[in-house]
Design a protein around this ligand. Structure first.
Ligand SMILES: *Cc1c(COP(=O)(O)O)cnc(C)c1O
Length: 408
């Protein structure tokens, strides 16, 4: 094990890397392998591999119960889930979304010819700012898609009020917020519908998968049809649809993940607290907090770096960590509005999103999950502590290396 105390101990300056094997963000959590394989065998035995099979139905039922929500429609991934929810709620024209999110939130809209209009976030919560939403409403606006970033609920009440006042539809991208609550109610019960992701990197996974949840029965019926080409019987098509079905192997993984949900959350929580304790005294560094009186999944450990205090930019800290084999990630840099095709679209050019740009330069996502233990968290924190302690010196040395063309 390496001990990081001095500048020379850092791998970027020739020290031994803190980790022999890469420490990843979003390494898949895998539940009980025996239970998973049992379920897959069951599916192979019955030869019911997809098309609303028994495992998909069981997954939907389990999620509905957990969330206390009336309807759950399992889908092949959250992006298609968002597309189906957008179609089913009649979104068109312009829809207001935060820019500080995974790009799928915006792509799901534009893929269907709906123009995402990017809204700034609150610098404290990282979530869409309802105060800014209202200013972006035009006669073409049909809805709002809120995102519960990092699993921290966005201002649901504020958005609901605006949606009601302006007669807009309201969806939530809840890809990060599975198993989280807001004011005592499970996420999944807000707006017209909410969409979860069970992608392999999410803390509950189904290899690929997602779920749309809603308390609106009419909407649920429509979305079920849309998920399966609009089929209402063996040869009866009622409407346009797509192929958004979840297969049985994914449902088997989803159900198996849910059985371990408490263990996943407990590990994430333990790691989060360990990071928090270790980094408490480091000037200019703090972790995005979770509400202790709500249910949280703690799946993202989000470091905020105040460059004026650390003397070290987020990008330099990331370079230092990568040299140690700690693959910390710049989620969600640089913000959707700075990516193609949005950055080149005239609709976006008038927007100013200062909080999004501020956060996109200061946030770093650290490794956690079932594959990260507290000893590893301690070693990651040692690197951060040394890096910040020698901020100015590190800058000088790295500037020198950049000037010599040794590094970028
Ligand atoms: C992961 C993610 C998605 C996309 O989910 P998929 O299941 O991979 O399609 C959408 N929005 C956010 C915020 C995400 O993090």
């Amino acid at each position: 094990m390496t001990d990081k105390r001095r500048l020379e101990d850092l791998a970027i300056f020739g020290g031994n890397a803190a980790f022999g094997e890469a420490l990843h963000v979003g390494r898949p959590n895998i539940g009980d392998r025996g239970r998973l394989l049992g379920r897959i065998n069951q599916s192979l035995d019955t030869k019911w591999l997809t098309n609303n099979g028994p495992l998909v139905q069981e997954l939907e039922h389990t999620i509905s119960e957990m969330m206390g929500v009336r309807h759950c429609i399992a889908v092949c991934n959250a992006t298609v889930g968002l597309e189906i929810a957008a179609q089913a709620t009649g979104l068109s024209g312009e829809v207001i979304v935060p820019s500080f999110t995974f790009v799928a939130t915006a792509h799901a809209l534009l893929w269907q010819g709906i123009v995402p209009i990017f809204c700034d976030v609150d610098e404290r919560t990282h979530n869409i700012d309802p105060g800014q939403v209202e200013r972006l409403i035009t006669p073409r606006t049909t809805g709002i898609v809120g995102v519960h970033l990092w699993g921290r609920p966005c201002d649901v009440k504020g958005l609901e009020e605006i949606a009601r006042k302006h007669d807009l539809r309201l969806l939530f991208d809840a890809a990060h917020a599975f198993g989280c609550s807001h004011e005592g109610t499970m996420i999944g019960n807000n707006g017209d519908a909410e969409v979860f992701s069970f992608h392999a990197t999410k803390f509950v996974n189904a290899f690929e998968g997602g779920a749309i949840v809603t308390n609106d029965g009419g909407l649920a019926d429509d979305m079920r049809l849309m998920r399966n080409f609009g089929f209402a019987g063996y040869d009866k098509i009622l409407r346009i649809g797509t192929n958004g079905k979840m297969n049985e192997v994914s449902a088997a993984m989803g159900l198996t993940s849910l059985e371990s949900l408490d263990a996943f959350v407990a590990t994430n929580h333990r790691n989060y607290e360990r990071y928090e304790q270790n980094l408490a005294g480091v000037p200019g560094i703090h972790l995005a907090p979770y509400a202790s009186d709500e249910r949280c999944n703690y799946q993202y450990v989000i470091l905020e770096i105040d460059r004026d205090m650390t003397r070290l930019s987020r990008d330099r800290l990331q370079e230092i960590l990568w040299a140690e084999n700690v693959l910390a990630r710049r989620y969600f840099y640089p913000g959707c509005h700075r990516m193609e095709p949005y950055v080149s679209s005239p609709a976006q050019s008038v927007l100013s999103l200062p909080n999004t740009e501020y956060l996109a330069l200061r946030v770093l996502c650290l490794p956690t999950g079932m594959d990260v233990n507290v000893g590893e968290v301690d070693r990651v924190c040692d690197v951060i502590r040394v890096a910040v302690a020698y901020g100015d010196e590190i800058n000088e040395r790295l500037d020198h290396l950049v000037a010599r063309g040794t590094i970028n």
